[in-house]
Design a protein around this ligand. Structure first.
Ligand SMILES: [Zn+2]
Length: 465
């Protein structure tokens, strides 16, 4: 049963509460209240779960390991396997597509390119709809079912839309997605259409879509599924649990995540904090966030922080200077007004990590290098490897430190980008109406036109050696 809606300070749920993250407010709400921001001060909400703290946390490890080989869909899901740390009361109407369970790859070519020795890539693009959004969406759509919503809405740069469309279809609910017209890759739009969502192409950018989605989310029949929704974060935080299990509970020194709406880094940091609180790990990794230069409001803010602010000895800024017209070919992170910036910044600073930006050329080259490791990702994911290279040069990541980068989307999410890069025809206009600037195909691998003879193919192979 879900607790009845209550005001602050009357919470009786044993399981979890929603809490305002503003220290001066910290209002508490029941888990069953359909709110996305604090009704008292407008601050972001965070779910506090009553964690399963026990004298012997290894029992939890064993239980999760047993479930990982179970045939039960709820056990097999890389989210619901960790249900002890999720804010749902039994019986839960779980909506799952067997999300999670994504691989961690060693990436020697990428490591060499970055100048580090221990680089691994956790590929969240191996989720059911090809992006990291699925773990959070499984939790959010399940909560929509718990609340009896009939329609779920989101603003999206494409991946959230595809994920919501799929999970809503599984749950038999209507999905409405708001996407900026002409700014979504054909592959992502095709997914949403195929899963039966109402696709609204809005004459505006992502930030306009986000504003509209929040306005519509106030309607009692509509449930908002953007990452401002704290249940999305709850599903996504399980990635930290899965990652630690895959690393045999050996904590990496650094986690590196692309930065768009900043929900992913927030969720991972929350997962690591909980693992510390439960006693499953003894220290947390440094959380580093990488944005594209043309859509880097948090990286700019981070660069302006004083030493006292970074050390937690002075208050953090209250507002973020949004990027009015964000520009990047990494469309998944083309966001100028990220809704989760405060939670993300707090998490990065607490961990001792950094927020930085990389150029379009750096993203494109890093993506090609990841490809040479046999791992395909969408452009936004490659900000991680581009960022690690910069952080290694700057000495923030030392040669002997271990790094895990989170790849967020599958290579087939944006095949046009890949093709243009390798054919040397990729270009980028950094300012509206400016002439496009060509991206060099530094590691280009274009197809060769070869005569239909064995000799011609052998000669081409020889030339390539
Ligand atoms: Zn508040």
């Amino acid at each position: 049963m879900v607790p009845k809606a209550t005001g602050a300070a009357e919470i009786t749920s044993e399981l979890a509460v929603q809490r305002c993250i503003e220290p001066t407010c910290a209002a508490v709400y029941a888990i069953g209240e359909r709110i996305y921001v604090c009704p008292q001060c407008g601050g972001s909400l965070e779910i506090h779960c009553h964690l399963p703290v026990s004298a012997d946390p290894s029992l939890l490890r064993q239980r999760w390991a047993t479930r990982a080989v179970s045939k039960d869909p709820v056990d097999a899901s890389g989210v619901w396997r960790y249900r002890e740390v999720l804010p749902f009361e039994e019986p839960v109407p779980v909506v799952t597509l067997f999300e999670g369970n994504t691989p961690i790859y060693r990436a020697p070519r990428s490591a060499e390119y970055c100048g580090v020795t221990d680089l691994r890539l956790k590929h969240q693009g191996c989720n059911p709809t090809g992006s990291f959004k699925d773990t959070g969406m499984s939790a959010a759509v399940t909560q929509a079912v718990v609340l009896g919503a009939s329609t779920i809405i989101c603003a999206s740069t494409g991946n959230t839309a595809a994920s919501l469309a799929a999970y809503a279809a599984r749950a038999g609910l209507q999905a409405a997605i708001l996407v900026p017209h002409g700014q979504i890759t054909a592959a992502k739009l095709a997914q949403s259409m195929d899963y039966g969502a109402l696709v609204c192409e809005i004459d505006g950018n992502f930030d306009d879509c986000m504003r509209l989605a929040q306005e519509l989310g106030a309607d009692p029949s509509i449930y908002l599924a953007n990452s401002i929704n704290p249940f999305r974060i709850e599903g996504q935080k399980t990635v930290a649990y899965e990652l630690m299990e895959q690393c045999n509970w050996q904590v990496p020194d650094h986690i590196v995540v692309p930065g768009g709406n900043l929900g992913n880094s927030t969720a991972l940091a929350k997962g690591f904090q909980e693992l510390l609180d439960i006693g499953l790990i003894k220290r947390a990794p440094k959380m580093n966030v990488v944005q594209a230069e043309g859509a880097a409001p948090l990286a700019r803010l981070f660069a302006s922080l004083t030493a006292n602010q970074i050390a937690g000895a002075a208050p953090l800024p209250d507002s973020l200077a949004n990027v009015e017209n964000p520009q990047t070919l990494a469309t998944a992170i083309k966001i100028g007004a990220p809704v989760s910036w405060k939670k993300c910044l707090r998490a990065v600073l607490r961990s001792g990590g950094k927020v930085l930006s990389v150029t379009e050329q750096e993203i494109a080259d890093a993506k090609a290098i990841i490809g040479r490791d046999g791992i395909g990702c969408e452009p936004a994911s490659a900000t991680t490897v581009a960022g690690i290279k910069k952080l290694a040069v700057a000495g923030h990541i030392r040669d002997d430190e271990s790094v895990i980068a989170i790849l967020t989307g599958h290579v087939l999410k944006d095949p046009d980008y890949v093709s243009h890069y390798h054919r040397g025809t990729l270009s980028f206009a950094s300012v509206k109406n400016a002439s496009p600037q060509r991206i060099a195909g530094t590691f280009a691998n274009p197809p060769r036109k070869v005569a239909a003879t064995k000799a011609a193919i052998l000669a081409t192979l020889e030339r390539r050696r």
